[in-house]
Design a protein around this ligand. Structure first.
Ligand code: SF4
Length: 71
């Protein structure tokens, strides 16, 4: 399984919470908007990414997973 993060730049309001929760792949620019590393990742980083996605107050952080877990 691999996953990638992306940001909806229209919805994002630069709260910066995502960068606090997932600093391994998200930095902030000078205005507080996220700069997301586009490289795929897996393992425990996926859990960190899911936590950041769930915490985004604008639902602007999107996690694309190739093989999402069965529910
Ligand atoms: S937490 Fe959401 S709204 Fe805030 S900077 Fe990150 S993507 Fe944007």
């Amino acid at each position: 399984m691999s996953a990638r993060l992306r940001v909806d730049p229209i919805a994002c309001e630069a709260h910066g919470l995502c960068a606090e929760l997932f600093p391994e792949r998200i930095a902030l620019d000078d205005w507080g908007y996220p700069i997301v590393d586009p490289a795929p990742f897996d393992g425990e980083l996926v859990g960190h990414a899911r936590r950041a996605v769930a915490a985004c107050p604008r639902v602007a952080l999107i996690l694309d997973e190739d093989d999402p877990p069965q529910r």
